[in-house]
Design a protein around this ligand. Sequence first.
Ligand code: M6R
Length: 610
Amino acid sequence: MCGIFGYIGKKDPLKVCMQGLKLLEYRGYDSAGIAALQKGELITIKEVGKVSILEEQVNQLDLQLDLAIAHTRWATHGKPCKKNAHPHSDAQSCIALIHNGIIENFASLRSKLEKKGVAFASETDTEVIAQLIADHYKGDLLSSVHTTLSELKGSFAIALIHKNHPDTIVATSRDNPLAIGFSNDLSETIISSDPNAFLGHNLNVFYLKDDEIALVGRDSIEIYDKRKKKIEKKTEKIQAESISFSKEGFEHYLLKEICEQPFTVQKVLVENLAENGTDAHFPQLPFSSRELKKIDRVLIVGCGTSWHAGSIAVSLFEEMAKIPASCEIASEFRYKPPLLSSNTLAIAISQSGETADTLGAVRKIRERGIKVVGICNVKNSSLTREVDGCIYLHAGPEFSVCSTKAFTSQLTLLSLIALFLARSRKMSEEEGEVFVSELKKIPQKIDEVLKRSSEIELLAKKYSHFQNFFFLGRRMMFPICQEAALKLKEISYLNACAYPAGEMKHGPIALISPTLPVIAFCQNEQTYEKMISNIMEVKARGAPILAFASQGAKGLSSIADDLFFLPSCPDLLSPLISTVAGQLFAYFIAKVIGTDIDKPRNLAKSVTVE
Ligand code: M6R
């Protein structure tokens, strides 16, 4: 799960590569490195940690590079340290190679090479590729890469340089995105895991397909297919959007993104609500109205926060459109028997559009001849190219690894898709109008929660000395508890567990004690009374209780140690309000603890490996 970048052209390869790496840093920040040819010499510089550390280092050197490849790493094989940082070399230091993905058979390949006397310098699967290419190399770089590919199992994108080929970057990939962009006069070519990193360059872009090999030269690009036959690729112009890296006065991107939610939710409404005020419109859906009517099942796939959004949407589709729905964790779905009917509406949710498991699930669904609708925030991402129709969130870039505004945009969009399906079936115009008018109030209600963030900050300070947290909720609030617990875990590094409140008595209640606070999300009116009983059960066992409930909710003030009232709204839309309280609670706890809030340890914004 890494970012790959390479440059050959008239500009300074060092500068272009450093800018590219910064744009790819969302893919991992365990280490960063660059390899280049400089007057025929192969040089490699790598540093542990963020790209800025590498940048500081290279800026102190007087480098005049001819071409370069650069990498930002999220560690899979081998801990984050200098020796495991990319680029990796062969034993003779002729090759420098960068890689994203996983080589599944690296152990057997490595032991074969070791038996031949090859010495390894790192613990990575990547080094095996460099050593194998060197082992096969007899002067023809294309052939040695081609032979190596036939021995690799797994998914990967690779770029490499060789000191005997001073004007060439080789690029190849399998099940992993790798874009190549070149200017009209071929005066510059860039290789990147993500075409959005071509920002500022006006390029013609194509993507490598499985096992294709590109030989990128100073004024030529040759592409070979898996049988080593030379081929032509179709290109397109990509509009990489310019990104502002400003925190706009906020201490962290995370807080900025939390505070943007009244606008980002509003944006989804503006983009997708129909003018009649009772319906939504989705011309992007790849279905005829006959096909839409026949849909008898909704299947949603996603990971992490996107999976939580999908879990909430299950209730929206079932309650509003009366269509049976399910949401699957993409990494689990991939390896289940694909029992899909042809009238299934499949939805893949991904903020980044690069999550490997979600892409794997999409491929599996499409192999069965079922169309997939993508819900995505990042333009030009892999998901947008692989689905049959894509609906964008338009939430603007999410820099914080912890996803917040994308989640509320996903929820809003899913509510509108549910409305659209419901209205095309039995939902009346009047019911549609009521739902739309409640949806339109959401941005204002989120704003009301944000305006009281100092109260949540005080609560977070009070609870920040606990090491473990239990989040309880029912129905719409259970996925919100999962989401709130995920936020807390990822940015504060504290243990947090989410449970459906009614299930507590079947085991987890044994954990309850005065050292385990219960954070109760009570905004689901339908189950409110039941929730009160469950809170009584944990109170009786000594748990400190912080409750989030709708304004005017009765009976909680005498039970909960702390109570925060949220603007009330219909159950189906309550996740959009409650989740903001969960986000702020996690943020302020992490702030007390002093973690790296925007780039928490061990994580990456895009999870591009299985
Ligand atoms: O880009 P995606 O929506 O596909 O990402 C899925 C998860 O990796 C992501 O939501 C992750 O769980 C976030 N860090 C949660 O805040």
